[in-house]
Design a protein around this ligand. Sequence first.
Ligand SMILES: [Zn+2]
Ligand SMILES: [Zn+2]
Ligand SMILES: [Zn+2]
Length: 86
Amino acid sequence: MKCTKCGTVNLERANFCKKCGSRLSSTLVCSSCKHENPPDSVFCNGCGQRLASSKTRQRQKVCQSCGFANDPGIEYCVNCNQKLRV
Ligand SMILES: [Zn+2]
Ligand SMILES: [Zn+2]
Ligand SMILES: [Zn+2]
């Protein structure tokens, strides 16, 4: 289990980082259907939506239609040309 804050590798079952004390998320919760997925998942097991894997991706505009993560300044999805909601 790698700490997303400081990068320290902790025990797989650890709930908190041994170095900085941040909570280690053991699951990736889908923002769309709230399904809990294994930490290494790229796509949701529940609905197929692409999961935001790291903090740097949270600012990206995720297409409601295809789940593609577009750069923040983009208005239309690069992948499917759907208008992106802000
Ligand atoms: Zn840490
Ligand atoms: Zn989902
Ligand atoms: Zn799209």
